[in-house]
Design a protein around this ligand. Structure first.
Ligand SMILES: [Zn+2]
Length: 266
C-alpha cells in the first residue's frame, strides 16, 4: 500500500482536507474512487510529527484540531504532552479550532473551520492549504452526552447479571468493559460506553457514520465551490469500531488505524 506521506509530499495538490479519525472503508462507501494509503500515525500528534518533520514554506494549515496550533498548547487530557507547534513547520497556521467551537453542539464545527479556510485561500493565493476537520472523530453530533451520572443507564447491575457470564459478549465489549468500570469509579462519561449501553455496537457505528455524513455535507459543498482547485481528501488515522473489542484509536497498532483514504478531485 502506498505511504500517505509520499502521496502528500509528491502529489501536486492545491487543497488537502484532513478528516480526523476517518476510516478508509467507511469513506469508500461514500466516495468509491478513494484508494487506501498507509498513515504514519495512529493519533493526530504522531501523524503530524512523522508526516511533517521539516519546515514547509509552501503550506498554510487551517487547523480544526487543537493539536496543531500557532502556539504550543498543553494537552489537557495527557497533561505532559505539548501540541505540535505548527508555525515551526508551516508558513502559517490558522487556529480554526478556537474560532469554530460550537457551544451548542459542544464540538468544533466544520462550517466554521471551512469559513476560516475560505479566508485563508484569499489571503494566501500562492500557498497550498491543509484544512483539518475534527469529524468523524468524537464528539458525535447525533449523541448528546448525559450531564450527570444519574442519566447514564444502570450498567453495573445489567452487566453483573447477564454479560459478565457471557464470554463472547465480554470479548465483543473489550474496551467498553474497561471504560464502564472506569466510569463507575471516576464518575465521568465516555461516549463509546454510553452509546454501547444504550444501543450496543450498532449504536456506535451509526453515530460514527452520522458524524462522517455530517462533515461530508460541508466538504461536498466546499469541493463544489472550489472545483477549479486540485483537492485531496484524506485522514490522519483510522478508528476502531469494535474490532477485537477496541473502540477509538489507541494501541494496539493495526491496519484499522493506519489505513486512511486518499481521494482526489482530478
Ligand atoms: Zn486525529
Amino acid at each position: 500500500m502506498t505511504r500517505q506521506k509520499d502521496l502528500i509530499h509528491k502529489t501536486d495538490w492545491d487543497i488537502m482536507i484532513v478528516l480526523d479519525a476517518c476510516r478508509y472503508d467507511y469513506f469508500k462507501a461514500i466516495k468509491p474512487h478513494a484508494v487506501p494509503a498507509t498513515s504514519e500515525g495512529i493519533w493526530t500528534m504522531e501523524w503530524l510529527t512523522k508526516t511533517f518533520p521539516d519546515y514547509y514554506n509552501d503550506i498554510v494549515y487551517v487547523s480544526g484540531n487543537a493539536y496543531c496550533s500557532n502556539v504550543p498548547t498543553m494537552d489537557v487530557t495527557l497533561k505532559s504532552v505539548v501540541s505540535f507547534h505548527g508555525t515551526k513547520h508551516f508558513f502559517h497556521v490558522v487556529n480554526a479550532w478556537d474560532y469554530a467551537w460550537d457551544d451548542k453542539l459542544k464540538l468544533i464545527n466544520p462550517k466554521g473551520v471551512l469559513e476560516c479556510a475560505e479566508i485563508a485561500i484569499q489571503l494566501h493565493k500562492k500557498k497550498k492549504l491543509i484544512i483539518h476537520l475534527m469529524q468523524p472523530h468524537l464528539p458525535f453530533v447525533t449523541c448528546t452526552m448525559p450531564q450527570t451520572k444519574k442519566d447514564i443507564p444502570p450498567f453495573r447491575d445489567k452487566l453483573t447479571d447477564q454479560q459478565t457470564k457471557d464470554k463472547k459478549k465480554l470479548c465483543e465489549m473489550g474496551d467498553i468493559w474497561w471504560w464502564i468500570n472506569y466510569l463507575d469509579k471516576n464518575n465521568i462519561t465516555d461516549t463509546f460506553a454510553y452509546l454501547y449501553l444504550k444501543g450496543g455496537p450498532k449504536a456506535i457505528t451509526k453515530a460514527y457514520m452520522d458524524n462522517l455524513n455530517y462533515v461530508m455535507k460541508y466538504v461536498d459543498m466546499f469541493t463544489k465551490k472550489y472545483s477549479n482547485k486540485k483537492i485531496v481528501i484524506t485522514a490522519d488515522h483510522g478508528n476502531y469500531l469494535g474490532e477485537d473489542g477496541h473502540y477509538g484509536h489507541h494501541p494496539p497498532r493495526s491496519k484499522i488505524l493506519t489505513t486512511v483514504p486518499w481521494w482526489t478531485s482530478w
